[in-house]
Write a protein that binds this ligand. Structure first.
Ligand SMILES: [Zn+2]
Length: 83
């Protein structure tokens, strides 16, 4: 299985946003790699939510009301999938 890594993010600026709590943050990819090394993008997202103190982040006991944090620009950046 191919886990998308921070280093493979297809842009220099990484935007993470949560539609539920309104969080929106932009990160510098190179700075993040320097600060924490390469990590799976999914793991990084959890980290961002926790650091941003999203009220619905991963460890909330309410599993139906989890944080909706994602990389809103990632879908547009990836090559279009063939249908
Ligand atoms: Zn959130």
């Amino acid at each position: 299985m191919d886990v998308p890594m921070l280093s493979s993010y297809p842009a220099d600026k990484i935007v993470a946003a949560c539609s539920k709590c309104g969080l929106r943050k932009q990160f510098d990819k190179v700075a993040m790699l320097k600060a924490g090394g390469d990590r799976p993008l999914g793991l990084l997202l959890d980290d961002i939510a926790i650091r941003a103190n999203c009220p619905k982040r991963k460890d909330t006991p309410d599993i139906y009301n989890k944080c909706g944090i994602l990389y809103p620009e990632l879908v547009d950046l990836l090559p279009a999938r063939r249908r």
